[in-house]
Design a protein around this ligand. Structure first.
Ligand SMILES: NC(=O)c1ccc[n+]([C@@H]2O[C@H](COP(=O)([O-])OP(=O)(O)OC[C@H]3O[C@@H](n4cnc5c(N)ncnc54)[C@H](O)[C@@H]3O)[C@@H](O)[C@H]2O)c1
Length: 320
């Protein structure tokens, strides 16, 4: 260590997502101290020991990985919420919103304990339905909204890049743009702002019939991608884990980088108080500001539909 205060990240929930996130933090060399909290003592101990055994052969800076409790949260720079209530089960359509009631209760209780421990850092929230859970963490914590970052539509945006990359044979890093709105069935590609190699996608390669793109089909493909993973392996963790680590890194390194995270809206697109996926600048303070792109009227309608849906479902659990 170099005399500076070690950067501490606490992950709450050591299931698929929490464990994959801890692993990605270690392999990507983000954070000095990584603590895991879970209600399952054996599970969390197993994950911590397994990670400790990965350290000797990693070319990462020394790390402390430990089973944490809420007493350890006070000194944390970042708390990642990746817990999932054992009572929260999908309905028959596997809509993330069907997880809301149980995860809302759990998230309130977790946030309360984090705040009672004297936490003064930044929350990054993954638990689904993430837009409403992030709002609950914000409201329960009473922190400024800049310090509660939802995973938003980061994963859908990664899937947009991945799907287009394959379709167009262009590296994902050369594709820019965002999926916005709900992390769920109503997410939509903001296609009017998507570029490939700097060229608006609507103009890219259209002369070639092979690459003609149908954006509604693509929207569906992006939303379905979660289920392609879920119904194949029974969970989704590696994509989201690397997103959570990317966000933690953007915070700790004060990057001022733009990502489609979940932010509390304050009038963007006529929506306020609720969280939705929207591009925003992330720095050491959390969400510096949202940077809402201009949307077409069709995209705007989709965003407003997401907002109405989130508000309606939030109202259903506000007094739970
Ligand atoms: N936002 C995204 O893009 C995204 C992507 C994938 C998964 N997710 C969500 O992340 C969450 C975690 O997924 P998972 O596959 O790891 O679930 P999981 O069931 O494998 O793990 C959840 C863990 O949380 C623990 N837990 C339950 N209640 C707790 C509490 N009160 N305090 C601490 N720990 C508690 C459980 O014991 C379990 O170990 C889910 O809600 C999932 O839907 C979000």
């Amino acid at each position: 260590m170099n005399g500076k205060k070690p950067e501490r990240i606490i992950i709450i929930g050591a299931g698929h997502v929490g464990a994959a996130t801890a692993h990605a933090l270690v392999t990507r060399d983000v954070g000095d101290e990584i603590g895991l909290i879970d209600i399952l003592a054996d599970k969390v101990l197993g994950e911590v020991l397994d990670l400790q055994h990965a350290l000797p052969y990693l070319e990462a800076s020394p790390k402390r990985i430990f089973v944490a409790d809420y007493g350890d949260v006070k000194e944390a720079d970042i708390v990642i919420v990746a817990a999932h209530s054992p009572d929260a089960v999908f309905n028959e359509t596997a809509d993330r919103l069907s997880l809301l009631a149980h995860n809302a209760k759990m998230a309130r209780s977790i946030t309360k304990q984090v705040m009672e421990a004297g936490f003064d850092g930044i929350f990054i929230v993954a638990t689904n339905p993430v837009d409403i859970i992030a709002r609950i963490v914000y409201e329960e914590s009473r922190l400024p909204a800049s310090r509660v970052i939802g995973a938003g539509t980061m994963l859908e945006t990664a899937r947009l890049k991945s799907i287009l990359s394959e379709k167009l044979a262009v590296a994902p890093a050369s594709i820019n743009g965002f999926v916005m709105g709900e992390h769920g069935f109503s997410a939509f590609g903001a296609w009017s702002g998507v570029t490939v190699g700097g060229i608006p996608i609507k103009e890219y390669g259209l002369a070639d019939a092979k690459t003609a793109l149908d954006f509604e089909t693509l929207n569906q493909k992006i939303r379905d991608a979660a289920y392609d993973v879920y119904y194949s392996k029974g969970e989704t963790s590696i994509g989201i884990a690397n997103i959570l680590v990317r966000l933690a890194k953007a915070v700790l390194r004060d990057e001022h980088a733009v990502f489609p995270i979940g932010a509390r809206l304050t009038g963007e697109y006529g929506l306020k108080n609720l969280y939705l996926g929207i591009p925003a600048v992330i720095n050491r303070q959390g969400i510096r500001e949202t940077v809402p792109p201009k949307l077409t009227s069709d995209e705007l309608e989709k965003m407003q539909h997401c907002g109405e849906l989130m508000e309606k479902h939030y109202q259903g659990v506000v007094n739970l």
